[in-house]
Structures are given as structure tokens and as C-alpha cells.
Design a protein around this ligand. Structure first.
Ligand code: F6R
Length: 610
């Protein structure tokens, strides 16, 4: 959630921190701050609001330093305000700390520190840790040891960076449950909560694991566990380029990412299709196929949009691979002591690979001996690293807070997994080849939908004053209805609900009047006629209907107010096409309403707190 960046080297850290924070702002954007230490001063500048506000303040101060840390916040404890913004300080203002995560026992720690005379300025849990480290410094420990001792008292999650006037040749960074990555440069080193903040400077990275603490100097670094055992870390090379994290001329990341989909889907499938054998090839699952097929059942767990992809996965795996599948929210799974054992396979879907609930669910499933498979986008992320096996979706960086291209790539990868398992069971060679042939056409078909952007914009704007929306679909289009409603809610703040179309009669139909737009996803599949009956039910109650239909469908067009046409594809790939108009509808309505599409209120990308 919060973004963290730190620098130590020979350059002025201020532009590096500001630029890094801008790249991380999608992680949290309610307040921001930097702390720098140089030979003459220790300075903190922080403010409520965006990094652009902070930038003005910092440059006005004309500060220069080669050691500094920066933070962009998504509030958990204490409202967004300058006082609650990070860095937090000790009383002498010589120690600065930035933190991502939640210190759960902060109240009891605070009480102890108050007894010692420590005074608190903010409502945050983080300030407690700054004073606790100070407490150990006053007991004459080194900064490294002081941080280590303090962390040993902390319950909860953290990714932290600490700098201190008394030892201004280093940054201390530590991780438990919140991501941190070191960037290794030439006579300069970096630390950040994700690689986006580093790749303009270095491609060499070191991922910290939970319970690890690093002492970062400008020309080297050392790592230990918080119980003081030395560990040697591997340096990885990041493949991502800086152009992948820019808007490439689009007004918003979200639109760029929607438009990226022909390429991102192509990349998800690239090198993974074996047409001759009608099967997929997934290196990350090699050697695990039989164990998955022998599983009593497959459980898929995730949050938000990734959970919607999981529902599509359930439909396809049951229909084609013939394995029983259950889908569960990771936040429920982790706390209800689910019955799972070594005969189960659990698939964890996560764009960021850092979602706290999904990661915790994985730990729970691992403890119980299940085979854990990660389906992640961010290479080297915690879920990807901790799973037994996995498949990257290769959608490329997703910066817009509303997930778009990750969803279509998640479905593409779930289809690849389905194909792999189904072919080892009952799916025939021609059926497998037919699926592959359709997969290969996806790039062009997605392109055809995107070409209708102007039409979709025109239609969407007609609905921008609506206060409620209903999204209805059946079969593979039911999770798409949920996803369409979520997209609209999160960026346009219009209340929207997704339902299986037939469920409408069991309650939501009461909402329908001439003020209520209903979006039907009504492609030509086995439930097409049933959806037409549902459309008639809405029509009879004067609801306004916008339908996503297949090209060549003339029947529905006559019954509804507007249609958007998508090409036909294999039924299990349908969601990849039908969701795209819904992403564009949400986008255009939010833009029409003048809202900040990439940074919707109250949200943050990568939910690393529970
Ligand atoms: C919605 C959205 C969220 C995420 C959810 C899971 O547009 O982005 O609902 O899908 O927070 O995130 P990941 O996939 O990173 O685990």
C-alpha cells in the first residue's frame, strides 16, 4: 500500500526520492514525505496530499543530501494529515523512520514508552517504532542492533527504512509481510517497496524476505535475520524497462493498460501453446501436473478482481479438466481454519503477488501441506517466491489502481492451466487444437473491440448521470458481470452490483425502473435464450438496457437501448473479450465525471495490509 524509497550514494537524493515516489504513488496517495540527513542538517518535509505537493515544498527548501528516505502513504492508523505522514522521528529529530504495514501491538508498546517519558505527536502506529528504536539507541546499541531489538518486540507487519544522524553512512531496512527490495548500483544503493522506483537507476535487485534486516551502505550491504544470523542474498536482474511504466502518451495508466491488452494477452500466451499436441506448456508447473490431477479438489483463492478471475477459472477447470474446484476469498480462507490437506491443490491468484490476505492464505495452505500454486504478474513478488509452483501471467506492470489487463491475462493463464490438465484427462486432440486456435486469434479480436472505443465512449457518457447500475450475465459471463460492476464502483463511485442474470428475479428486480441502467453480457452460448428472457423481464419494467452481444446478433439489438458488439470465441475465453467494453465503460464514465481514474479515492494498488 504505502510506497517506500531510500537512497545512499554520491548523488543528491532529493530528485531520486521524488521521482521514485511518483512511480510508487499508485500504492498510496493521501500524504507523502521525505527525510534527509547530511553533514549539517537532518530535515523532514511532509505534507497531506499528492507527491506533486511534496515536490514543491522539497524543492523550495533547496536541500541537498546523499542520504534520504521517502514515503507515500495510504492511511491505516490516523487520518491523512501532515502530522501522520511519514517519516516519523525521535524526539531529537535525528532518527527518521518510514513504514508500510501495521504494528498491531502499538498501543501496549506506546504505554511502555510513555512511562519512560516519550511524547507522541501523531496518531500512527509507526511513531511508536521510531521511539522504540530511539530507546535502544539510548542504551548504546548500534542503529542496526537498535532496529533489530525493536523489531523483536513488534507484532504485525512491516517494511521499514531507518536513517540516523549518529550513523549517517547507512540505511537500515527490514521486512515482515510488506515487500522491500534493494537496488544495487555503482557506488550507490537503493531500497524501495517495489522495483518500479528503482529501474531508472539499476536493474540489479535483492528481494528481502520476511524476518530479514539489511544494513545498506553506499558501496555494499549486509543482511541478517532479525534473530541475528547472517544470510547471503542472491542478486537478481530485472527485465522490465522504464518505458513499461510510463503512460506512453495516454491520459491515464488505466486507458493505456486497457489498450495494452492485445499485447499483454499475447505475452501471457507466448511460447506456451503446442498446436501439434493441442496442449499448453507451462514450465512453472512441470513435474506437478499429475499431483494436481490427483488432487481431491482444487481451491482457488484471491481478492477483488483476481477473485473474479478465479471464478472464471472454476468454471473452466470443472468443465474441461473435470476436477472439482472451489473458490474462496483469501480474507475468509485465512481465518476460518479451512479443511485442506496434502491431497488438495490451492491456486493463489494475485496481480501484485503481495496482497496480504492472499499471502496469509498461502501460508495457511502450506502449513496444512497443500500444493500451492501462484498465478502472479509481478516477477519476484512474495506470493511468486513462496509458492511451490506457479505461472507468471506476464501482463507487464499494471499501475492504474483499477485492474484491467491483469484480469484478462489471469484468465488467459487459467485457460492454459485448464488446457494442460484437460488434455491429460479427457479432452481430445481436436478440441485442444480448437482452443489453441482461438487463443491465437485473441489478440486480433481484442483489437477489434478496442477500435470501437469512440462508440463505447459515446454510449457510456449517456449513462454517466446514473446513480446505480446492475450488471447481469450467466455462465462464464457471470464473473464478468461482477468485474464490470467492480470497475464502475471503484473509479466512478457509482453504486453497481453484479448478479447472475437469473438471480435478478430473487430480489434485485425490485430496483428496476426507468432510471436504472442494466448492463447485460449476452453472448451466444448455451444460456443465450435464457438471458433473452431476463432481458425481457427488465424491458417489461422499463429499465434502460445496454447489452454486450456477439457480432452478427440482431435479435438483442432490437430489444435494448444500446449494444456493443464483441467477436465470438471459444466459450471459456469469452470473458477475455466481454470484459473489455465494461472496462472502457467504467473508464469513460469516470472521466466524464471528472474523477481521478488512476488514483480513485480511498483505494490503493497492492493491498499489503489486511
Ligand atoms: C480492482 C483491484 C483489486 C485487486 C485486489 C487484489 O480493480 O485492483 O480488487 O484485484 O486488491 O489484488 P492482487 O491481484 O494484486 O492480489
Amino acid at each position: 500500500m504505502c510506497g517506500i524509497v531510500g537512497y545512499i550514494g554520491d548523488k543528491n537524493c532529493v530528485p531520486i526520492l521524488i521521482e521514485g515516489l511518483k512511480r510508487l504513488e499508485y500504492r498510496g496517495y493521501d500524504s507523502a514525505g521525505v527525510g534527509i540527513i547530511n553533514t549539517t542538517e537532518c530535515k523532514v518535509v511532509k505534507t497531506k496530499g499528492k507527491v506533486s505537493e511534496l515536490e514543491k515544498l522539497v524543492y523550495a527548501e533547496k536541500i541537498q543530501s546523499s542520504l534520504g528516505i521517502g514515503h507515500t502513504r495510504w492511511a491505516t492508523h490516523g487520518e491523512p494529515s501532515t502530522i501522520n505522514a511519514h517519516p516519523h522521528l525521535n524526539e531529537e529529530k535525528t532518527l527518521f523512520l518510514i513504514h508500510n504495514g501495521i504494528i498491531e501491538n502499538y498501543l501496549s508498546l506506546k504505554k511502555g514508552l510513555e512511562k519512560e517519558g516519550y511524547k507522541f505527536n501523531s496518531e500512527t502506529d509507526t511513531e511508536v517504532l521510531a521511539h522504540l528504536i530511539d530507546h535502544y539507541l539510548k542504551l548504546k546499541h548500534s542503529l542496526f542492533q537498535a532496529v533489530r531489538y525493536a523489531l523483536n518486540e513488534v507484532e504485525g507487519t512491516y517494511g521499514i527504512c531507518v536513517i540516523y544522524k549518529g550513523e549517517s553512512d547507512k540505511i537500515i531496512a527490514a521486512k515482515k509481510g510488506s515487500p522491500l527490495v534493494l537496488g544495487i548500483g555503482n557506488n550507490e544503493n537503493f531500497v524501495a517497496s517495489d522495483v518500479n522506483a528503482l529501474i531508472a537507476h539499476t536493474k540489479q535487485v535483492v528481494y528481502l524476505e520476511d524476518g530479514e534486516i539489511a544494513e545498506i551502505f553506499k558501496d555494499h550491504f549486509t543482511t541478517k535475520t532479525i534473530s541475528d544470523e547472517t544470510i547471503i542474498k542472491e542478486i537478481f536482474q530485472v527485465e522490465m524497462g522504464i518505458d513499461e511504466i510510463s503512460k506512453s502518451g495516454y491520459p491515464h495508466f488505466m486507458l493505456k493498460e486497457i489498450m495494452d491488452q492485445p499485447e499483454s494477452i499475447f505475452n501471457s500466451l507466448r511460447g506456451r501453446l503446442v498446436l501439434d499436441e493441442g496442449i499448453s506448456k507451462l514450465g512453472g508447473l512441470e513435474g506437478f501436473e499429475q499431483r494436481i490431477l490427483d488432487s481431491k479438489r482444487i481451491l482457488i483463492t484471491a481478492c477483488g478482481t483476481s477473485w473474479h478471475a478465479a471464478l472464471v477459472g472454476e468454471y473452466m477447470l470443472e468443465q474441461y479438466a473435470g476436477v472439482p474446484v472451489e473458490v474462496e476469498y483469501a480474507s475468509e480462507f485465512r481465518y476460518r481454519n479451512p479443511i485442506i490437506d496434502k491431497d488438495d491443490t490451492v491456486i493463489f491468484i494475485s496481480q501484485s503477488g503481495e496482497t496480504a490476505d492472499t499471502l496469509a492464505a498461502m501460508k495457511e495452505a502450506k502449513k496444512k501441506g497443500a500444493l500451492c500454486i501462484g498465478v502472479c504478474n509481478v516477477v519476484g513478488s512474495s506470493i511468486a517466491r513462496e509458492s511451490d509452483a506457479g505461472v507468471y501471467i506476464h501482463a507487464g506492470p499494471e499501475i492504474g489502481v483499477a485492474s484491467t489487463k491483469a484480469f484478462t491475462s489471469q484468465i488467459a493463464v487459467l485457460a492454459l492451466i485448464t488446457l494442460l490438465l484437460a488434455r491429460r484427462k479427457n479432452l481430445s486432440l481436436p478440441e485442444g487444437q480448437e482452443i489453441i486456435a482461438e487463443m491465437k486469434k485473441l489478440t486480433d479480436k481484442v483489437g477489434t473491440i478496442l477500435k470501437q472505443n469512440d462508440l463505447i465512449k459515446e454510449i457510456s457518457e449517456k449513462y454517466s448521470n446514473a446513480r446505480n447500475f446492475l450488471y447481469l450475465g450467466r455462465g462464464y459471463n457471470f464473473p464478468v458481470a461482477l468485474e464490470g460492476a467492480l470497475k464502475l464502483k471503484e473509479i466512478s463511485y457509482i453504486h453497481a452490483e453484479g448478479y447472475p442474470a437469473a438471480e435478478m428475479k430473487h430480489g434485485p428486480i425490485a430496483l428496476i425502473d426507468d432510471d436504472m441502467p442494466v448492463v447485460f453480457i449476452a453472448t451466444k452460448d448455451s444460456v443465450y435464450d435464457k438471458v433473452i428472457s431476463n432481458i425481457q423481464e427488465v424491458r417489461a419494467r422499463k429499465g434502460r438496457i445496454l447489452a454486450i452481444v456477439n457480432e452478427g446478433d440482431t435479435q438483442i439489438e432490437k430489444m435494448v437501448d444500446h449494444v456493443i458488439k464483441v467477436p465470438k470465441t471459444h466459450n471459456m475465453l469469452t470473458p477475455i473479450l466481454t470484459v473489455i467494453p465494461l472496462q472502457l465503460i467504467a473508464y469513460h464514465i469516470a472521466v466524464k465525471k471528472g474523477l481521478n481514474v488512476d488514483q480513485p479515492r480511498n483505494l490503493a494498488k497492492s493491498v499489503t495490509v489486511e
